[in-house]
Design a protein around this ligand. Structure first.
Ligand SMILES: CC(C)(COP(=O)(O)OP(=O)(O)OC[C@H]1O[C@@H](n2cnc3c(N)ncnc32)[C@H](O)[C@@H]1OP(=O)(O)O)[C@@H](O)C(=O)NCCC(=O)NCCS
Length: 144
């Protein structure tokens, strides 16, 4: 099973590439640094984090990925979601992928729409984000 992809970012032919790969424990320090750098940027979209989360040790327990704030709008998330759809189809043989966004997260919804996800509907009080239980829009892409 190959869960590594290198895909071009953006539509301008800049030559930038996005490497998609499973995270490893040795990524924890870099991930903690990226979360710390983006703490204010991500706060409206994330569960409330205590200070311990923004350390290497905190990342050993929770592994996720986000777009660095100075790279947003460059097509990285669209390239990543498209590559995940490809891996889910080619390597994992999944039937369906689900995603959820806050109601006002227009950039995330644009990414999902671009990648062929359909809107299912609103799930009330779906996740605790920024300290509040918040409604989310659910999306799915049926793969086969
Ligand atoms: C959401 C996020 C992951 C998108 O990453 P990205 O690399 O900037 O996404 P892309 O550049 O591939 O695409 C962004 C899309 O949003 C659109 N967009 C940006 N701001 C927008 C706005 N205010 N209203 C509507 N659409 C908007 C862009 O036009 C683009 O769509 P297009 O490709 O059809 O033109 C990134 O902004 C991020 O990390 N946000 C903070 C955390 C977050 O929201 N995470 C997701 C939780 S579900």
């Amino acid at each position: 099973m190959n869960l590594v992809r290198s895909v071009p970012i953006g539509r301008g032919g800049s030559g930038d590439q996005l490497l998609l790969r499973p995270l490893e424990l040795s990524d924890a320090a870099d991930l903690a640094g990226a979360y710390l750098r983006n703490r204010g940027h991500l706060a409206p979209w994330e569960p409330t984090r205590d200070d311990g989360f923004f350390t290497e040790h905190g990342q050993e327990a929770v592994i996720r990925a986000k777009i660095d704030q100075d790279r947003t709008g460059g097509g990285a998330a669209s390239a990543a979601v498209a590559a995940v759809v490809d891996m889910a189809t080619q390597e994992l043989d999944l039937h369906r992928i689900q995603a959820a966004t806050l109601l006002h997260n227009a950039p995330s919804q644009a990414v999902l729409g671009r990648c062929g996800f359909d809107r299912i509907g609103v799930a009330p009080s779906y996740l605790q984000i920024a300290g509040e239980w918040q409604d989310h829009v659910l999306f799915q892409r049926i793969l086969f």
